[in-house]
Design a protein. Structure first.
Ligand code: UDH
Ligand code: MN
Length: 401
């Protein structure tokens, strides 16, 4: 109080001096500056915000109260130097509290599962009003069972761009099923900002690292935005080996079988790895821009790290693939075969370590982290040309496919 009083007196006497010396315009200017500063401080303190930029170029401030403020501004996505180090303080490390003493571990086989599901996408879209599972979701797309200690704390990481409709369907579908599976989980949707081509590997790597900063997860699931689980016994848990959770998809019918895979070594769509398995393989390669290659490269990495993908039983890992057109910013990468040929030589040079302590560290910009109702949303900017230059020597020979 005393300090405030003496400050006020200082300001008053200073103003008197300025007035008396006929410097009225200067006095006015100084007082305006003080007023603006105080007003900004008050705004800043009351907001207690998470600053975010959405794809429409709006700056949104997510207040602690859950209220959101939007500000329009013109948003240019230029790759800027940034790294995880910059954001360590920005991401709250939160655990969901539970009274561990009085609770038993959840059963190995969750009792509420129904097995094969008949999926009607229209019903999922409408589910917002009548699905209790959505009411139980904590802001940011998080959940933890209340009546038992979960056997897995799963981070679902969805690399995506321009598939909001799929994301909406998938996240609702997942909340419904993952709660029946009695998991503690959080869904992360990680988007790549324009103008670069899509790069699924980079988003998976950054997604895993940010998830690790955000919570205490025992399992990481990299999930295509258009893959809907069709059997709730396909548990989103990790195993002693990396797991490919897809045994068949409606996208790849084979003969009479409704659910097939495009080839035996296909390990795409949905995979589950522990932190140590992901780190042991050094995560995904970062150099596949556009469609294709990164998934086959990751399979090579897993094998070279002396691990092997496992799948659930045939009728358990079935998925409905939401049909879609080719994405204009994710054209087939014609160089992917050559880059894949050089996969082994690159494994320890670049991967998830490229964002931590690598000499050839990849810089990226985290444009947004927003706790949305059904998922945590991240928007990432990277510089495609810089990454290609950085790893020029490791991209293999052009390959005549
Ligand atoms: N994705 C987007 N937006 C894009 C591009 C890709 O969200 O513009 C994400 C999304 O999560 C999608 C995933 O990347 O589910 C895979 O891209 P896709 O759906 O275009 O790929 P596709 O349906 O399935 O062709 C990939 C199968 C790979 C076959 C084997 C190649 N080695
Ligand atoms: Mn697809």
């Amino acid at each position: 109080m005393e300090l405030a009083y003496s400050w006020t007196m200082e300001i008053v006497s200073c103003s008197k001096y300025l007035c008396s010396s006929k410097s009225l315009p200067i006095a006015f200017l100084i007082l305006t500056c003080i007023a603006v500063s105080i007003y900004s401080m008050v705004l800043w303190r009351s907001a207690n915000v998470d600053h975010s930029v959405n794809t429409h170029g709006n700056l949104s401030l997510l207040l602690k109260s859950g209220e959101k403020r939007f500000y329009n501004f013109s948003h240019t996505v230029s790759p800027v130097n940034s790294s995880l180090d910059d954001m360590a303080d920005l991401v709250p490390r939160k655990k969901i509290n539970r009274n561990k003493i009085s609770l038993e571990p959840c059963p190995i086989a969750p009792p509420g599962l129904v097995g094969k599901l008949t999926i009607n996408v229209q019903n999922i879209i409408k589910s917002v009003t009548n699905d209790d599972s959505l009411k139980r979701v904590v802001y940011g797309g998080r959940y933890s069972p209340e009546d038992c200690i979960p056997r897995e704390r799963t981070a679902v990481i969805i690399p995506y761009r321009d598939r909001e409709d799929h994301l909406d369907i998938l996240t609702r579908h997942l909340h419904n099923i993952l709660q029946r599976q009695q998991l503690e989980y959080q869904i992360f949707a990680i988007e790549m900002a324009l103008p670069t081509q899509f790069n699924r590997g980079i988003l998976a790597n950054i997604g895993v690292l940010i998830a690790k900063e955000t919570g205490d997860f025992s399992c990481f699931i990299i999930h295509d935005v258009d893959a809907l689980m069709m059997n709730d016994k396909n548990l989103y848990r990790c195993g002693s080996q990396p797991r490919h959770l897809v045994t068949g998809s409606t996208k790849y019918r084979s003969g009479n079988n409704e659910y097939g895979l495009p080839y035996d070594s296909y390990m795409s769509g949905v995979i589950a790895l522990t932190d140590s398995q992901y780190t042991k393989a050094n995560g995904f390669s970062n150099v596949y821009f556009g469609w294709g290659g990164e998934d086959d490269d990751f399979n090579i990495r897993v094998q070279r790290a002396n691990m092997k993908f496992e799948r659930p039983e045939k009728d358990i890992g079935i998925y409905l693939a939401i049909p879609h057109d080719t994405d204009s910013t994710n054209q087939k990468n014609p160089a992917r075969f050559g880059i894949l040929d050089a996969a082994a030589g690159r494994q320890w040079i670049e991967g998830v370590n490229s964002f931590i302590n690598n000499q050839l560290k990849i810089k990226y910009k985290r444009y947004a982290l927003e706790y949305r109702k059904y998922y945590t949303w991240l928007l990432i900017g990277i510089n495609e040309a810089a990454i290609n230059k950085q790893y020029e020597k490791y991209l293999g020979e052009p390959f005549a496919a």
